[in-house]
Design a protein around this ligand. Structure first.
Ligand code: SF4
Length: 342
């Protein structure tokens, strides 16, 4: 088995505790023909199928490494998506996750894919990631009719100045409009936020919390800002006066004129405590939280109730004084590590 893995390019595997990388080779990635033969995995996976509708990203959000990592943007034909979804249905799989950062970059594309799904009478529960600007009243209705349950939206911040600094290409108002449309069509929005992007202040943080609490957002995740090599902001460190808590680069230990990583990590707890109605999910994709529940017969609303309950438990743990001391210990450790790097 191990010998067979060695012959496959572009994979990472563990052998006797050692991580091994196989030969890196340029992939000829024809989007319309490179997809799994689902007949071969029938019976192996029942919970969820992963499928892609595109490759790369045409946008350039400054915190993101994706545009550099996958600069060539391409979309798969609707007919090829139709064919793969047919195979997934034949394999008996009921839940589908589109793995793209943007399942569709404009409203028309969403309409085309949804119409195809309605023609085929697919009855999947499905999830995808979108940009807020791709949603309008008409395609939200189609999304609902096709069984789309959850859409992940990269909201990042509720403050327009931070959105501009990020080069996000959206505004707090356009993001709010998207959330309201999805809410009217009973599609659960799952918002993703970044805390501590250069320029973040107490005021922009408070604006984000107020924005979330005035929105119909039902689910969210929040990440601390990290200065990843490959992101645009990494190449603009001087311009944004970014430094480090230690003597050398560490993507986690950044400082900026308005905030540093330690302050941002303190605000993370406050973020969770102050968001009033949305449930916290701490996984990359909501499918890890939802689809196991849906495939065991829970409804969306029961699944949301469970996630809200879990969020209340997280909040009660965060407000527990013994937890504080554990947190303080971790924070001290963080300072200690920063000190060691000096
Ligand atoms: S955050 Fe999303 S939209 Fe922005 S560059 Fe990355 S993948 Fe593209």
């Amino acid at each position: 088995m191990i010998e067979r893995l060695e012959g496959i390019p572009n994979i990472v595997y563990r052998n006797n505790g050692t991580v091994r990388y196989t030969e890196r080779r340029q992939v000829h990635d024809d989007l319309d023909s490179n997809y799994p033969d689902w007949a071969n995995v029938a019976g192996v996976t029942k919970d969820v199928a992963f499928i892609r509708a595109s490759q790369g990203c045409p946008y350039k959000c400054k915190f993101c490494t994706f545009p550099k990592a996958s600069p060539k943007f391409g979309q798969r034909s609707v007919e090829s998506i139709r064919d793969e979804l047919r195979q997934i249905r034949a394999a008996g799989i009921k839940n589908v996750t589109f793995t793209d950062d943007h399942f569709a970059t404009n409203p028309r594309r969403i309409t085309e894919i949804c119409k195809m799904m309605l023609e085929e009478k697919f009855d999947f529960n499905w999830f995808a990631g979108i940009r807020a600007a791709s949603i309008d009243e008409d395609n939200a209705k189609l999304l609902q009719e096709t069984g789309c349950k959850v859409l992940c939206v990269g909201l990042e911040s509720g403050d327009d100045r931070i959105l501009r600094l990020m080069n996000k290409g959206t505004s707090a108002a356009s993001n709010m409009r998207c959330l309201e449309i999805l809410d009217r069509h009973d599609i659960t929005a799952y918002g993703s936020f970044i805390l501590g992007f250069p320029g973040e202040t107490d005021e922009t943080f408070n604006n984000t919390i107020d924005w979330i609490n005035s929105s119909p957002l039902k689910l969210y995740k929040v990440f601390l800002f990290y200065l990843f090599p490959g992101s645009v902001i990494y190449d603009e460190q001087e311009e944004h006066h970014i430094g480090f808590l230690g003597a050398q680069y560490d993507y986690r230990l950044w400082t900026t004129p308005t905030m540093d990583a330690l302050k941002a990590s303190e605000l993370l707890r406050e973020f969770i405590m102050r968001v009033e109605k949305a449930a916290l999910i701490y996984s990359y994709s909501p499918m890890y939280a939802f689809f196991p529940l849906l495939s065991r017969g829970y409804t969306m609303s029961e699944s949301l109730d469970l996630l809200n309950l879990k969020t209340e438990l997280v909040k009660s743990e965060l407000s527990d004084s013994s937890y504080f001391s554990k947190r303080r210990f971790r924070r001290l450790k963080f300072r200690e590590i920063a000190g060691l790097l000096k």
